[in-house]
Ligand binder design. Structure first.
Ligand code: FDA
Length: 501
């Protein structure tokens, strides 16, 4: 029997995990959250919790000797990345051959490092991707609930039109309109009122000080300020940090036994613990949840797991690109880090693309228009378990990214033609204008309705649930965290109402 026991264990503390923790706590279920990263609450020597993006340090990345920012170079120069000391920093880039995946590490998961963009997917595409989910219920109840709980808000259009901080977005909008494309405002979980006060010099700057991928010191409603704070407030939830879950096996007495490694700040494993529970909620993200399940299946710990575990993974069609503007089209040295506009060409049946107009805050005029395009890439990757390294390996070949690049290229060729502009070749390495070797939106691996039932109950394992991005089958058409949150809300409603505890 394990020394420690809790009725419910939640693995990870990103979106799905945070919803599970809050709803379990409210239902009176004593719950332990196990998170492999640290709690980001104490200031470092510079007086800040998170380092400036322009001066990354050990806090920036998860056990690295050098930062690995999405932009490799500027003017082909290696001026972006810095040597750092290995430490459990907030952003990780997990390498899997031809594809690497950016993820957040720490209490709050991806909410600590992401751009805060909070769109709701097109209903028609949502229904196509997840036909087993009742769209009326999602759009009537769970999407509105997720947006409210996450603190989603809209930028004031008047301020957007007048502030220097969104000049870059207005320039990109003009160029998109010149090509006959539509743009839309995209809601965000960064508090736009706070941002306006930043601009007015009334409060410390964060989004207006270049902060985003290595954490925001102010302004952003990350999960530690929303769902997780509320979960702790129930009095039934505790969060344990630097706990990496590596194993799951059935408890002969019922429920599950979880094996967790306690790590220290140097990366050493200082203890290995076992914790028992009646219900186990996996919210370790697409990569984390898939790895835990795959390892358990392949080592024989959970032989009941089906063949669908490890399948149906995709990049949400992510590809980044950048255009060079004419000298008179200045994008401004001052850029807010939170995107507020997107080019919405998803209804173009021949080439659906939703492209976020991304900032590139370098503190100088660079005439660059950046984009993160979300495309409809039908390719899917899968994971296998590698016994030698005791880890899950993603199988994704370079050519599987080609449909994403083709779709983005078709859209931005159009923008370039209309504005007589060209791509930038100096930013992503290999002299190429499209970054197609990393994703911010890993989705799938434990797909809803395939590896699980329609509510995330893992098939063959009663009392075991997936609640995170691993449920979404590889593509969503928009940035995913609102959907992950809403799906988790829907699943928790059902599980708490019907499943034995
Ligand atoms: P998530 O990845 O958030 O959390 C998983 C947690 O589990 C992490 O804290 C991790 O440390 C922990 N964990 C993993 N394995 C573990 C183990 N074995 N044991 C214990 N803990 C473990 N999305 C969006 O909608 N709008 C946006 O603007 C952006 N922008 C963006 C920028 C960047 C830089 C990134 C990296 C990502 C985005 N995203 C985004 C994506 C978004 O952040 C992502 O889809 C969600 O965070 C996924 O939520 P999950 O609940 O799946 O897990």
């Amino acid at each position: 029997q394990p020394a420690q026991y809790a009725p419910a264990i939640v693995v990870g503390s990103g979106y799905g995990a945070a919803v599970a923790a809050l709803r379990l706590g409210q239902a009176g279920v004593r719950t332990v959250v196990l998170e492999m990263g640290r709690l980001w609450d104490a200031p470092g020597a510079d007086g800040k919790v998170f380092p400036a993006t322009t001066a990354p340090d050990q806090r920036s990345m998860w056990f690295r000797n050098r930062t690995e920012a999405p932009l490799a170079t500027f003017l082909w120069l290696d001026v972006v990345n810095r040597d750092i000391t290995p430490y459990p920093g907030v952003l990780d880039r997990v390498h899997h051959g031809d594809m690497s995946v950016y993820v957040g590490r720490g209490v709050g998961g991806g909410s600590l490092v992401n751009g805060g963009m909070a769109p709701t997917p097109r209903r028609s595409y949502f229904s196509e991707v997840l036909p087993a989910v009742d769209a009326d219920e999602m759009y009537g109840t769970y999407f509105p609930r997720a947006r409210r709980m996450l603190g989603v808000n809209d930028i004031d259009p008047g301020w957007f039109e007048s502030t220097q901080w969104y000049r870059f977005a207005r320039v990109s909008r003009k160029h998109a309109h010149n090509a006959g494309l539509r743009t839309v405002f995209v809601p965000n979980v960064y508090d736009f009122d706070y941002m306006r006060r930043e601009a007015a010099g009334q409060v410390p700057r964060s989004a207006l000080a270049g902060e985003v991928i290595y954490g925001n010191n102010h302004g952003k409603k990350s999960l530690d300020k929303t769902y997780l704070a509320a979960a702790l407030g129930t009095g039934n939830v505790t969060i344990e940090t630097m706990q990496r879950v590596v194993g799951v096996r059935p408890d002969p007495a019922g429920g599950y036994v979880v094996t967790a490694q306690t790590g220290d700040l140097t990366g050493r494993v200082t203890a290995v613990r076992e914790l028992g529970c009646r219900q186990l909620f996996l919210g370790a993200g697409s990569l984390g949840t898939t790895e835990i399940l795959l390892r358990a299946r392949e080592t024989g710990a959970l032989p009941g797991l089906g063949e669908q575990v490890g399948r149906g993974w995709g990049t949400n069609g992510n590809v980044m690109t950048a255009r060079a503007n004419h000298l008179w089209d200045t994008v401004g040295a001052c850029q807010a880090t939170m995107p507020a506009l997107g080019i919405d060409d998803w209804d173009n049946a021949g080439n659906p693309v939703f492209a976020e107009i991304a900032p590139l805050p370098m503190g100088l005029e660079h005439w660059i228009s950046m984009y993160l395009a979300i495309t409809r890439n039908p390719e899917r990757g899968h994971f296998t378990y590698d016994a030698a390294t005791d880890s899950a390996r993603l199988h994704w070949r370079r050519e599987q990214s080609a449909p994403s690049v083709q779709a983005a290229k078709a859209l931005f060729d159009r923008v370039n033609r209309a504005n007589v502009t060209i791509y930038r070749y100096d930013l992503f390495g290999e002299n190429k204008p499209f970054a197609d070797t990393f994703t911010y939106h890993p989705l799938g691996g434990c797909v809803l309705g395939e590896a699980t039932d329609a509510y995330g109950r893992v098939k063959g394992c009663p009392g075991l649930y997936a609640v995170d991005g691993s449920l979404v089958p590889g593509s969503l058409g928009v940035n995913p965290f609102v959907t992950i949150t809403a799906l988790a809300e829907r699943a928790m409603d059902r599980i708490l109402a019907t499943d034995p505890r």
